[in-house]
Design a protein around this ligand. Structure first.
Ligand code: NAD
Length: 287
């Protein structure tokens, strides 16, 4: 028996349709600015997809570009200007930032009400307290995919591989909020394959192609593969690979996301949802 393959585009469309239906109730089109520092090729593609989706939906999407050698002060000044603009509801700083810029200081500078990537400490803290927050888009999308298969996660054992602020930690917090028993693992975790084998829900957010083998997976588990690694092909092009060895995992899991066309489209859809959520909250406050 092979796993149910979770179609990220189909699930993302459900989110997008809901977002589109809410736009009419807003006094103006929400504005989203994505800030890109440098010219990392993968980041350029991600930024374009985000802005294109915003425009397709009728949001105002724009990219603010800074050169690779822009100083932290330049970036902070740009963020302060975006914080002050009334027509901008969402600000997303595309990661990774160049090494000379302190990402935590940059995240702390974004107005928490416009922090559509959910990386400001106030939003992260609210998420951990179970309070209403802007939640990072990727784990939010992953949770939607998991719940499409298993709506009630009470008592399920969820294992998250990876503990970054943008995926691993908020993923664990969201699963905990759903009453799952959560094990968070990372690069220093010992016996990781044995831990993963106990998971009813396994989320991998590492960035190491093929790390999770078929024999790491409990039969019928829900497997969510967040990882994206660009692997060069002999013809000079590249393929995007997930963390999970898909051909093996699909024989064991109950449901699995492919890479690409799994988590990626959900991340973008949830960014649109967060932008509209931020716009609604700001317009309610300004009334
Ligand atoms: P990160 O580098 O910040 O964190 C990686 C995590 O993996 C760390 O916690 C590290 O301890 C852990 N790790 C590294 N090697 C490990 C190993 N051998 N065993 C267990 N844990 C290990 O990365 P991130 O920003 O969290 O992103 C993770 C992956 O998800 C990347 O491939 C990234 O491109 C991808 N990503 C995809 C989307 C999407 O929308 N599809 C969004 C965000 C991130």
């Amino acid at each position: 028996m092979t796993a149910n393959i979770l179609d990220g585009h189909a699930h993302a469309q459900i989110v997008i349709d809901k977002v589109a239906s809410e736009l009419d109730r807003l006094p103006r089109a929400p504005g989203l600015t994505v800030v890109l520092v440098g010219d990392d090729p993968a980041s350029q593609i991600y930024v374009q997809s985000k802005v294109r989706m915003a425009e397709r939906l009728g949001l105002r999407g724009e990219v603010e570009r800074l050169p690779d050698d822009a100083s932290e002060a330049d970036l902070l000044a740009r963020i302060a200007a975006l914080n002050a603009r009334d027509d901008i509801d969402g600000i997303l700083i595309q990661l990774p930032l160049p090494a000379h810029i302190d990402a935590l200081r940059v995240m702390a500078a974004v107005d928490p009400a416009k922090d559509v990537d959910g990386l400001h400490a106030l939003n992260a803290g609210r998420l951990f307290h179970g309070d209403d927050a802007l939640v990072p888009c990727t784990p939010l999308g992953c949770l939607r995919l998991i719940k499409s298969i298993r709506p009630d996660l009470t008592g399920a054992h969820a294992v998250v591989i990876g503990s970054s602020n943008i995926v691993g930690k908020p993923m664990a917090a969201l699963l905990l909020q759903e009453q799952a028993t959560v094990t968070q693992t990372h690069i220093h975790t010992r016996g990781i394959s044995n831990i993963c084998r106990q998971a009813d829900i396994l989320v991998s957010a590492v960035g190491k192609a093929g790390l999770v083998r078929g024999d790491w997976i409990k039969p019928q588990a829900i497997v969510i593969d967040v990882g994206t690694t660009r692997v060069e092909k002999p013809d000079g092009g590249y393929a995007v690979c997930g963390d999970v060895s898909f051909d093996e995992a699909v024989q064991v899991a109950g449901a699995i996301t492919p890479v690409p066309r799994g988590v990626g489209p959900m991340t973008i859809a949830c960014l649109m949802e967060n932008t509209v959520k931020a716009a609604k909250a700001r317009s309610a406050r300004l009334q």
